[in-house]
Design a protein around this ligand. Structure first.
Ligand SMILES: *Cc1c(COP(=O)(O)O)cnc(C)c1O
Length: 388
């Protein structure tokens, strides 16, 4: 080890850790009136306060601050603007029937956020301390957390490199901030099954890349292919990879297929394995765990394996494709009704007269019951604030 490396690590251990007990609050003196539930548009309105925590490489994490929601002021040369030192998370808080606020598996988001931070040399932190600080933020804005099933508070933790200067290197300053947005059900009139265009001319993520991290840089390049798909009547891209046309994800969600073997009658739930190109979704993980626990193993196989657009097309022809859905925090599950590839549309069956498949609906119920605290499952739904 060189002396300079030694110096760096010795210094690193003296840096202040993120510490929720140091939280300071400056209240917003003109609090908002809550919007009526039916006027909530995803990610368009924000609460009265935000959490911000500054970091630098001399002192480490500063005291967490809750301040009135408002613009940031950054140097135009800040590295976030030039080299995409940015990552984010997305999770929700739900109001249960006893007016307690619950977060769904926030520890998973904290692990993922730290993995994203580590990959682009932004500072890491103790996730439990951030969860506690977010709990305080939520308490302060409790009058803006919508009631009713399907409604929730979307939480957007963000970490950016703020160091000024155009050199490409390790950011010496960073800002972690958290904003929250009251949201309604993703589909205001129940499920709405979508048409996908299987996309092979553009690639969302690749081996050795950063598709498994929630870096902002992964998202901007996906909009143009989405617009192209939209111009042909498809709402989202089904992202394929490589010569084999392996199915990876749909839009910004993980994707699941349900097959049924016409000889044995056995059903299979399939999603891509976490090989570094797949975002490790909390919803994906939750669906796999609950399916393994709750579906009858005599009837079902639950597999994290590769499937291709060719396998899906072939199974469809044989009547063995029985369901497909996307999975992610915003919608929980998003039913799929059609997949366009090479000028042909693969039809995905739905329950007669409905906009969803049977298992799609079942897993949506399973997860929503746990999120709203109607059912306790392990420690997945954590009470972070009590409004009583
Ligand atoms: C966030 C995200 C998901 C879903 O993750 P959840 O933790 O379930 O919300 C899936 N794919 C991509 C590309 C994502 O950005």
């Amino acid at each position: 080890m060189s002396s300079s490396q030694f110096h760096t690590s010795a210094k690193a251990s003296n840096l202040a850790k993120l510490d929720a007990s140091k939280l300071q609050i400056t209240k917003n003196t003109s609090p908002k009136q809550p919007l009526p539930n039916d006027q909530l548009v995803f990610g368009q309105t924000f609460t009265d306060h935000m959490l911000q925590i500054k970091w630098n490489d001399k002192e480490g994490w500063a005291s967490p601050q809750i301040i009135p929601y408002g613009p940031l002021s950054l140097d135009p040369s800040a590295c976030v603007f030039h080299y995409a030192f940015e990552l984010f998370e997305g999770l929700k808080a739900y109001r249960d029937s006893n007016d307690q606020i619950r977060m769904f598996r926030p520890d998973k988001n904290m692990i993922r956020m730290n993995n994203s931070a580590d990959r682009i040399v932004l500072p890491t932190f103790d996730g439990e301390e951030l969860i506690k600080s977010i709990g305080e933020l939520i308490k302060l804005d409790k009058h803006l957390i919508p009631k009713d099933k399907g409604y929730s508070l979307y939480i957007r933790p963000t970490l950016i490199g703020t160091a000024a200067g155009l050199g490409v290197g390790t950011p010496s300053e960073a800002l972690l901030y958290v904003i929250t947005s009251p949201v309604g059900p993703y589909y205001s009139t129940g499920f709405k099954a979508v048409r996908l265009e299987a996309t092979d001319y553009a690639t969302r993520a690749w081996p050795g890349g950063v598709g498994d991290k929630k870096l902002g840089a992964n998202y901007a390049p996906c909009i143009k292919p989405q617009l192209e798909a939209a111009s042909r009547g498809y709402q989202q891209n089904l992202w394929l990879f490589g010569e084999e046309k392996t199915i990876t994800e749909v839009g910004t969600m993980n994707v699941f297929f349900v097959f049924k073997n016409s000889t044995t009658g056995k059903k299979e739930l399939v999603t891509a394995p976490l090989d570094g190109t797949i975002l490790p979704g909390v919803t994906r993980d939750s669906i796999l765990e609950l399916a393994r626990e709750r579906l009858d193993p005599n009837e079902w196989e639950i597999n994290e394996r590769y499937t291709t657009i060719y396998e899906v097309a072939e199974k469809s022809k044989k009547g063995e494709l029985i369901e497909a859905f996307g999975a992610g925090t915003a919608a929980v599950v998003s039913p799929i009704k059609e997949i366009g590839y090479n000028g042909e549309d693969i039809n995905v069956p739905l329950v007669e007269g409905e906009q969803f498949g049977e298992l799609t609906n079942t897993v949506a119920q399973w997860i929503s019951k746990i999120q709203y605290g109607d059912e306790e499952y392990k420690n997945w739904s954590r009470v972070v604030a009590d409004l009583n």
